[in-house]
Design a protein around this ligand. Structure first.
Ligand SMILES: *Cc1c(COP(=O)(O)O)cnc(C)c1O
Length: 431
């Protein structure tokens, strides 16, 4: 027998691991540029951020801090008060001894905010998506999923036994055909991002029996998701990570934006974006479903409870939204000004009126060069290309925030023009 202290076995195993990893790294499309270049922030999140290794602060048009709440004095105060009173966290899962009063209160607030019966918290919306489908769908059921749904929805659906039908992105004719093809299924669930996180498109949810013509004119679609759901007796699930606290008159998301309050059955959303930018997620829907998730949803049961600071901050964010939050107005004024400036300068944008704005370059290389040229102008934006977005649709993803001033927004447009000229990107300026 070989000497167990010389660890040749381990050395060989590690060598095999490294060989495997190096091979994968050299093949991976996102890693070569993006993920190898994770910038290290050495400031808080805000209109300007400090990046390790750079002298100048950068104008930040990259984070999902839509309302600027990541540094809100009110949220910070609520957060530290909760730490003083409850400590950092419960050091256990909810069902062991991890349910604080503040968890219950926040769940109540979330349900009220969305006009639903109950809500359940998760460590992230990724967890909420992964933990949802398998908890209640069986092999007799069908999930109809938009082809550009978020990775966590795709993973969640993969984990469940239901039949999976993927309809072309926002193609409601295709969705209807697929609904018609599974009439005999037990439960039918349409699953879609409320707002698509790579382009700011809002899913056409509307449901209104009357005013058929008006509907068509508003959304530009001749069908709508909730209408199809009604016709085919399907449930509707939406992921509202880029909608909650962002769109709709009072920030209630895609439902409010599309005038569909009470016709969506299950909503998942994140506390890590507009609602303070820390972390956390949730599912909200009917009481029976939420009760079941507490019994069966694996990322909920087998994971530590959310920290006190996160819960208190999110709770304060919902308070603000429930009272009517002026930051929403600022956010959308900024977004409109940016879109207008960019269109006038001749950039091609994916149409939407969401503050997440996709500036199309189409070529991956152009997107990456434009991102770097923007950095030279001290503006932080993110290039996105395949496989994160479809092939040939590379883009710069810009996220507008209420913490930007009108001057910041103008500076960003100006930087885009300079950067585009520098890399030789042709603009179709409309004057
Ligand atoms: C960010 C995001 C998630 C994940 O949310 P986390 O709370 O960050 O885990 C899920 N779905 C969509 C559409 C997202 O944009």
């Amino acid at each position: 027998m070989s000497d167990p202290t010389n660890q040749n076995g381990q050395r060989r195993a590690i060598r095999a691991l490294k060989e495997r990893v190096n091979k994968q790294l050299s093949n991976t499309k996102i890693t070569d540029y993006k993920q190898m270049h994770e910038q290290t922030l050495i400031s808080s999140q805000g209109a300007r951020v400090l990046i390790e290794g750079r002298k100048e602060p950068l104008l930040n048009f990259s984070s999902n801090n839509y309302l600027g709440l990541a540094t809100s004095p009110e949220l910070l105060k609520a957060s530290s008060a909760a730490i003083d009173e409850r400590g950092l966290g419960a050091a256990s899962a909810r069902f062991i001894c991890g349910t604080f009063d503040i968890h219950r209160e926040l769940e109540g607030q979330i349900a009220r905010f969305h006009n639903q019966e109950a809500a359940i918290l998760y460590a992230s919306c990724f967890d909420a998506n992964v933990g949802l489908f398998d908890a209640f769908l069986t092999a007799d059921d069908v999930v109809l999923s938009d082809s550009l749904n978020h990775a966590s929805i795709i993973d969640g659906i993969r984990l469940c036994r239901a039949k999976r039908l993927i309809y072309n992105h926002l193609d409601l004719q295709d969705l209807e055909d697929k609904l018609a093809s599974c009439k005999d299924a037990n439960l039918k669930l349409i699953a879609t991002d409320g707002v698509f996180s790579m382009n700011g498109e809002v899913a056409p949810l509307r449901y209104d029996q009357r005013e058929k013509r008006a509907r068509k004119a508003i959304s530009g679609f001749d069908r709508e998701i909730c209408n199809l759901a009604e016709k085919y007796e399907a449930l509707v699930f939406i992921d509202e990570c880029h909608a909650t606290g962002i769109i709709g008159k009072t920030g209630r998301g895609s439902e409010e934006y599309c005038d569909t309050i009470c016709r969506v059955d299950i909503i998942n959303s994140s506390l890590g974006k507009a609602l303070g930018g820390a972390s956390g997620g949730y599912t909200t829907g009917c009481k029976e479903l939420i009760d079941l998730l507490r019994q069966k949803s694996r990322p909920y049961i087998f994971s530590s409870t959310l920290s006190s600071s996160v819960v208190a901050a999110a709770s304060k964010a919902f308070d603000m939204l429930l009272k009517g939050c002026p930051l929403l107005k600022t956010l959308h004024e900024n977004a409109r000004a940016f879109r207008k400036g960019m269109l006038e300068a001749g950039f091609e944008l994916i149409p939407s009126d969401h503050p997440l704005i996709a500036v199309l370059t189409k070529e991956r290389d152009t997107a990456e060069r434009l991102e770097r040229a923007m950095l030279d102008e001290n503006v932080l934006v993110s290039a996105m290309s395949f496989p994160v977005v479809p092939k040939g649709q590379a883009r710069i993803r810009v996220v507008i925030s209420a913490c930007h001033s009108p001057a910041d927004v103008r500076a960003c447009v100006d930087a885009f023009v300079v950067a585009a000229n520098r890399i030789g990107l042709e603009l179709n300026a409309r004057r």
